[in-house]
Design a protein around this ligand. Structure first.
Ligand code: ATP
Ligand code: MG
Length: 342
């Protein structure tokens, strides 16, 4: 791996290993990571501790997805020579920081965090569990995310829109820490992509891997075609030549991402009743398949070499610890809890 340039600004971002990554991730975050990997020293965190907050009863799922999540990032075009892949649970400094930060956040502030509120509501809808089953760990994951970002002293965090309240919470924690113990930790900024929140096939405001409404980067052609056939369309359109509104149709919505050059024709034909849903869906599926082709080719390369992916994680995590160890020393010194050092 090439040497890191000291003067480069840092990116910290990542994914929960709760499933394979999908086109929402690609447009919402992965594309930006790929674009910025030359300009920034980039750390990609495989956030297994965060995944365990709502999958603690299924650690196998998290385990299986460590390699899958990493492969999806590599398949999207992240270069393992440039980016540092890190397993969250193998960085004890993140856990230490989480403990220190947890004193700087009130329980009611966490309960009011919009991301947490939405995710709890979604869980209730999906699994019918009551608010009482929300664990301390899940409620506290924004604190742990603040620790992730600041353990690396990151300047920039490329994320989807659902993450903004978490970045805001990180900034609050950093300000509080610095005002109490002196200027120590860098306040990070977020970076949104042009597509900040990609909707699900079912029309849900977010395509999410825990929501069952996604087209995955690793889906095969038949699966993509089948999923697109099942996408929600304008329900007022009954016959092939009925006019319809592409703005309330999930097929029209994805055409905006995958069929940019033909978008005006697609939308006007749809509005004028000159476009049947079957052929419109076929065109979309064709374009998605075409766009994902190079990603799938790269994925195949890594799928055939799991030991290489494992090595990328192992060496990246070791390398990352050099930074996190330095940072925790600074934090402890500022808090004056480095008791036994001179
Ligand atoms: P989970 O449902 O398990 O939380 P997820 O699909 O939300 O999975 P994460 O691993 O939590 O995925 O998120 C990884 C990154 O991808 C985050 O920056 C998140 O904002 C972004 N992201 C996830 N889904 C979307 C989406 N539909 N549109 C845009 N960005 C997204
Ligand atoms: Mg998420």
């Amino acid at each position: 791996m090439s040497e890191l340039k000291e003067n480069k600004k840092r990116i910290l971002t990542g994914d929960r290993p709760t499933g394979k990554l999908h086109i929402g991730h690609y447009f919402g975050s992965l594309q930006n990571r790929v674009k910025l990997q030359d300009e920034y020293e980039t750390y990609i965190l495989v956030a297994d501790v965060q995944a365990l907050t709502d999958n603690f009863n299924n650690p196998e799922k998290v385990r299986e997805n460590i390699l899958q999540t990493t492969m999806d990032n590599l398949a999207a075009g992240l270069d393992p020579e440039k980016c540092i892949f890190v397993v969250q649970s193998m960085i004890p400094e993140i856990a230490e920081l989480t403990v220190f930060y947890s004193n700087l956040v009130t329980v009611s502030r966490l309960q009011r965090n919009p991301t947490i509120k939405t995710e709890i509501a979604q869980k209730k809808e999906l699994f019918g569990n009551s608010g009482e089953s929300v664990t301390y760990g899940f409620l506290g994951y924004p604190v742990s995310q603040a620790a992730d970002i600041t353990a690396f002293n990151a300047d920039l965090v490329p994320v989807g829109e659902d993450q903004l309240p978490l970045i805001e919470q990180t900034k609050e924690i950093v300000r509080k820490f610095n005002s109490l113990y002196g200027d120590t930790i860098k306040e990070p900024n977020y970076l949104l992509s042009e597509y900040k929140r990609i909707k699900g096939l079912d029309g849900n405001s977010k395509m999410g891997k825990s929501l069952g409404n996604a087209i995955y980067l690793a889906d095969d052609e038949d699966t993509i075609r089948e999923k697109v056939r099942g996408a929600i369309t304008d329900t007022t359109k009954i016959r092939k030549d009925d006019p319809a509104n592409p703005d309330i149709c999930m097929v029209g919505y994805y055409h905006k991402m995958f069929s940019k050059e033909n978008l005006n024709t697609i939308c006007s034909e749809c509005r004028e009743g000159k476009r049947g849903c079957v052929s419109c869906k076929k065109e979309l599926a064709d374009n998605i398949i075409e766009k994902l082709k190079p990603i799938k080719e790269r994925r195949k390369y890594y799928e055939e070499r799991p030991e290489l992916v494992q090595e990328i994680l192992k060496s990246g995590t070791e390398r990352a610890r050099k930074i996190t160890k330095e940072n925790i020393e600074k934090v402890k010194a500022s808090m004056k809890i480095n008791y036994l050092e001179n």
